[in-house]
Design a protein around this ligand. Structure first.
Ligand SMILES: C[S@@+](CC[C@H](N)C(=O)[O-])C[C@H]1O[C@@H](n2cnc3c(N)ncnc32)[C@H](O)[C@@H]1O
Length: 231
């Protein structure tokens, strides 16, 4: 399963679906994007090792599509000895993450406005202790299924990025997405499902932080949490 991280993200341009930005940023948030954002991000090209970006941390954790960053900021606050990387293409979400970093004085986070499908190809095997993919855009129509983040290739990349024993947590409240993602993840070499039965995945995990998005209950089922361990 080992593979060399892509030397350049420019080599694999992909079409990104969904919003890139929303309402105009406040002056403070724009200044954060231009200042702190530039300081706390990473280069656009080349191999990318979280241990080089955030050296001296016991572990590294990745959150993909962090939205308004409540979960990412909350986990990073709880766990200052762990380095957190967040990837989100939506400018306003990145600006919120930066505001959270400044408000809480966090020294253990890096965020990038980007498509995570490209960024994860740049990172080395076993880079992360934990990866979160929480309530990814569901693209419920079958003709949009290829837009869903979980595909056979991204699932293989997520498995590759985890250290042995590491955890992948995928959450959704959309039935079609659960039905799409679970079989793919179950068939991904190196991932072992920790779900013991149909009910065990319905409770918020003990360490979970509920975001505003989750609390809006926009999906058609109660949230399910698919947890996998890297073997
Ligand atoms: C439905 S929202 C959920 C946000 C957050 N995870 C939460 O639970 O509150 C999905 C997020 O995934 C982001 N997203 C979509 N495609 C992505 C991609 N290819 N890479 C990274 N993030 C992506 C969207 O911009 C959006 O913020």
């Amino acid at each position: 399963m080992s593979q060399t991280p892509a030397a350049s993200s420019a080599a694999a341009p992909r079409r990104l679906y969904g919003r890139a930005k929303g309402h105009a940023l406040t002056a403070r948030r724009q200044a954060l994007v231009d200042g702190l954002g530039a300081a706390l991000t990473w280069p656009d090209d080349g191999p990318l090792d979280p241990a080089d970006l955030l050296p001296g941390f016991d572990r590294h954790v990745l959150e993909i599509g962090f939205g308004a960053a409540e979960h990412l900021i909350g986990q990073a606050q709880r766990d200052p000895k762990t380095g957190y990387l967040g990837i989100e293409p939506f400018l306003n979400g990145v600006a919120k993450a930066l505001a959270g970093i400044e408000d809480h004085g966090l020294a253990n986070m890096r965020v990038k406005r980007a498509d995570a499908r490209t960024e994860i190809e740049r990172m080395p095997d076993g880079a992360f202790d934990r990866i979160y993919l929480l309530f990814p855009d569901p693209w419920p129509k079958s003709r949009h299924a290829k837009r869903r983040f979980v595909q056979a290739d991204t699932a293989r990349s997520l498995a590759r990025l985890l250290q042995p024993g590491g955890i992948l947590r995928v959450a959704t409240d959309v039935r079609v997405y659960a039905d799409h993602a679970l079989p793919i993840l179950l068939e991904t070499p190196g991932l072992n499902w920790l779900g013991g039965g149909p009910d065990s995945w319905r409770d918020n995990p003990a360490d979970h932080i509920v975001t505003r998005y989750q609390s809006k209950h926009l999906g058609d089922i109660d949230p399910v949490f698919m947890e996998f361990q890297r073997v």
